[in-house]
Design a protein around this ligand. Structure first.
Ligand code: CMC
Length: 392
């Protein structure tokens, strides 16, 4: 008898089955767009750190939508094409302002979802799912989403929607829409990097939502509205806002006295509170996007001074305790919250910024789904009542 058989009790419990709720560990289809594994995030063959260092957001958008990296002339033409399509009709801007003014508590993600839906009605190719029309629609949406975000924020701030400046990159234009001011060079670079990091992530919840909608042969705008709905949730894109709100809460509670960061964290663990910006379905040893964005955000904070840097110090302390006590790493949304905060962006706009980038990944997936479509319709494991008669 081998030692291993001798030491295994006869009545040893069967190994715990893998928890597959939420489709954990399941592969739901093929894609050529993106690969996510424990150590790498790859867009069409290029690793994310390589892209974050060397490619602009527009170049990454071209890569994801068209399939290959652009040469210099193609990149310039693509950037100019996008910059020329940013305007939205005054009616749509007015409708969004009306929504915001009538319902000041409405979340900007809901306003953005309405904005994309409104854009669909005037898009001449809304119902055309051919690859050529879908690419044109994807570009129009990409170009106009910052303007939708701007229409919402301008209404909230009670200021005019700034005019388009076609010389600005997608990142700089987005910052103009969010703050009413043209950003400095470092802020533009950091926003650009964050958009590169957020652009694509294989079958995450919102992208999968888009693919399910596309698989019914529905249209791109409908899929993107669904994607926005899925991204809004705090377990997904909404986490970048919630991560910053959590840091503000810790800072407030510590400043009020009676608790330390460590005690606050212990209380959170005891109440089984989910800490926002931590954990990931795929990355169990850390999200490599987080380190890239933290380094850029910290650079901006250090330039501003101690009042800004204190958020990164607090973030590091929280991150250290989480790792030490729970072995859970931060995801990209954790440094994102702090970074956008020190850049002066209103917190409720963090997830709409995510949309201004991820719309590229969503559109690429809708096109890929339509190119080789079969309706996505899984089975359910029924666990309900046994068969019974209505009349007893
Ligand atoms: N805080 C506290 N505990 C956590 C956290 C967290 N942030 N994340 C995971 N855990 C616990 C979880 O409760 C579970 O414990 P137990 O086994 O006792 O039930 C254990 O760790 C394993 O969780 P998991 O199976 O790895 O989690 P999941 O794959 O079901 O969920 C997640 C992944 C990202 C939804 C989850 O980690 C979470 O809710 N994080 C906070 C929200 C967040 O930051 N979301 C952003 C995700 S990444 C970028 C994006 O999509 O925007």
């Amino acid at each position: 008898m081998s030692a291993s058989i001798e030491t295994t009790p006869q009545n040893a419990p069967a190994p715990k089955p893998a928890d597959t709720r939420g489709l954990a560990g399941q592969t739901a289809g093929d894609t050529t767009i993106c690969s996510v594994n424990q150590t790498q995030l790859i867009y069409r063959g290029y690793e994310i750190a390589d892209l974050a260092e060397h490619a602009s957001f527009e170049e990454v958008a071209y890569l994801l939508l068209i399939g290959e990296k652009p040469d210099a002339a193609q990149a310039k033409a693509f950037r100019q094409e996008l910059a020329g399509m940013r305007e939205i009709s005054p009616d749509i801007a007015a409708a969004l302002a009306h929504v915001v003014k009538g319902n000041p508590e409405t979340h900007p993600m809901s306003v953005l979802r309405t904005g994309v839906s409104l854009l669909s009605h005037s898009d001449p190719e809304c119902e055309d799912n051919s690859p050529e029309a879908e690419l044109r629609k994807a570009k129009r949406l990409l170009a106009k989403i910052p303007t939708l975000i701007g229409a919402c924020q301008a209404a909230l701030d009670g200021r005019e929607l700034p005019a388009n400046d076609p010389s600005l990159s997608h990142a700089a234009y987005l910052m103009l829409m969010l703050t009413g001011k043209t950003p400095d060079e470092l802020a533009t670079r950091i926003m650009d990097v964050s958009l590169v990091l957020y652009a694509e992530h294989d079958f995450n919840a919102s992208t999968f939502t888009c693919r399910v909608i596309a698989s019914t042969e529905s249209d791109l705008h409908s899929a993107i509205c669904g994607g926005i709905g899925a991204l809004k949730g705090p377990l997904h894109g909404g986490a970048n806002e919630m991560a910053m709100e959590m840091l503000k809460e810790i800072d407030r509670d510590v400043a009020a006295g009676g608790t330390t960061v460590s005690e606050w964290m212990t209380a959170a663990f005891e109440s089984k509170r989910k800490l926002m910006g931590f954990g990931h379905r795929v990355y169990k040893n850390g999200d490599h996007r987080a380190g890239i964005l933290r380094a850029w955000g910290l650079k901006y904070a250090e330039q501003l001074g101690p009042e800004a840097k204190k958020w990164f110090d607090l973030g590091d302390e929280v991150q250290g305790i989480m790792l030490d006590q729970k072995n859970i790493h931060p995801n990209v949304d954790f440094p994102c919250g702090m970074t956008y905060f020190v850049m002066g962006i209103p917190v409720p706009q963090y997830t709409p910024i995510f949309v201004a980038s991820r719309v590229v990944g969503w559109s690429a997936h809708v096109m890929e789904q339509h190119a080789n479509n079969r309706i996505i319709r899984p089975l359910a494991n029924y666990t309900g009542a046994a068969l019974r008669n209505w009349n007893g």
